[in-house]
Design a binder for this molecule. Structure first.
Ligand SMILES: [Zn+2]
Length: 183
């Protein structure tokens, strides 16, 4: 693949949302795997995470997906966007993620993100995230001897108390019992 460099000029155009650069190149952000037009009003990426693409085809070939907000390849269907959000959550569940952060990173408004996600997957992004965290916690409980507190933080819960309460609510046993009984 021919590499398109992130020149100083292109970087300027990205951070200034320069519409006159649209059509010259697209840029992708490695952490989200989403690509945008230079003019996209989404949050400024970190420079080291930016990749330049010649066009949408080039970006998609490299496993990037089009941004819902600036729609660099034309209309992005809702289900495609929901897959992008899920991909983002699957790869970032260890972090503290408010709806605002998720929306910012996935290039949409919090209101739209919540509504479209729920409609497509019959759960809210927060429920999806909780279930994902609990799934990873179960693996760690089964396969490691890590303390409960460490597991809680490692899968993205803000406290072990909240982790234990949530675990019990979904799985009907505490993490300790789950581990002891090898469930
Ligand atoms: Zn965009």
């Amino acid at each position: 693949m021919k590499k398109y460099p992130l020149t100083a000029k292109r970087w300027e155009q990205i951070i200034n949302n320069d519409a006159s650069a649209n059509g010259n190149f697209l840029y992708g952000v490695k952490t989200t795997k989403i690509f945008c037009k230079p003019s996209c009003p989404s949050r400024k990426p970190s420079r080291e995470n930016v990749l330049i693409f010649k066009n949408g085809e080039d970006a998609i070939k490299n496993d990037f997906r089009p941004c819902k907000r600036c729609q660099p390849t034309g209309n992005v269907p809702n289900n495609e966007w929901v897959n992008e959000i899920k991909y983002y959550l699957d790869n970032n569940y260890q972090r503290k993620l408010s709806l605002d952060v998720i929306a910012e990173e996935c290039h949409g408004s919090p209101f739209n993100l919540q509504r479209i996600f729920k409609k497509a997957s019959s759960k809210t992004p927060q429920q999806y995230l909780t279930e994902l965290r609990l799934k990873h916690a179960q693996v760690l409980l089964r396969e490691t001897k890590l303390p409960i507190k460490t597991i809680a933080t490692r899968v993205g819960f803000t406290s072990d108390t909240y982790f234990i309460t949530t675990f019990k609510k979904y799985l009907l046993v505490t993490p300790e019992v789950f581990r002891a009984k090898k469930l």
